[in-house]
Design a protein around this ligand. Structure first.
Ligand code: ZN
Length: 116
């Protein structure tokens, strides 16, 4: 009987249907070894970092660095697409008294209390 050497659906299914517990264990070990292969994780971490950096670049253009960095980090290229589709954030106007950004519609500055 040929023992499975790699982790793929066919060999795993076949091994799990087998009555031989050694064969089942060997198939599971092969899958475990593949999941714990450091190369896979280097790629995954590298991809995550690149996704966040590209998101940050899009965010810089869209005036929403934090939002777009998080989108890139969480969703990768899908997040970049969402960032690009979102409207460009309008920078908040500064308060005339203290210079800190104020929200449109506020009657008083949140930072210094000056009437707007
Ligand atoms: Zn102010």
């Amino acid at each position: 009987m040929a023992l499975p050497s790699g982790c793929d659906v066919a060999t795993l299914t076949q091994a799990l249907q087998s009555a031989d517990p050694d064969e089942q264990m060997q198939a599971l070990d092969a899958c475990y070894a593949m999941l714990t292969d450091p190369t896979l994780w280097y790629w995954l971490i590298g991809f995550t970092v690149v996704s966040a950096l590209v998101g940050a670049l899009i965010g810089k253009y869209k005036n929403a660095v934090v939002r777009d960095t998080l989108l890139g980090l969480a969703l990768g290229p899908i997040g970049w697409g969402i960032s690009l589709l979102l409207p460009k954030a309008v920078p908040k106007p500064p308060c005339r008294a203290c210079g800190k950004p104020i929200t449109a519609g506020d009657k008083y500055c949140r930072h210094c209390g000056a009437p707007l």
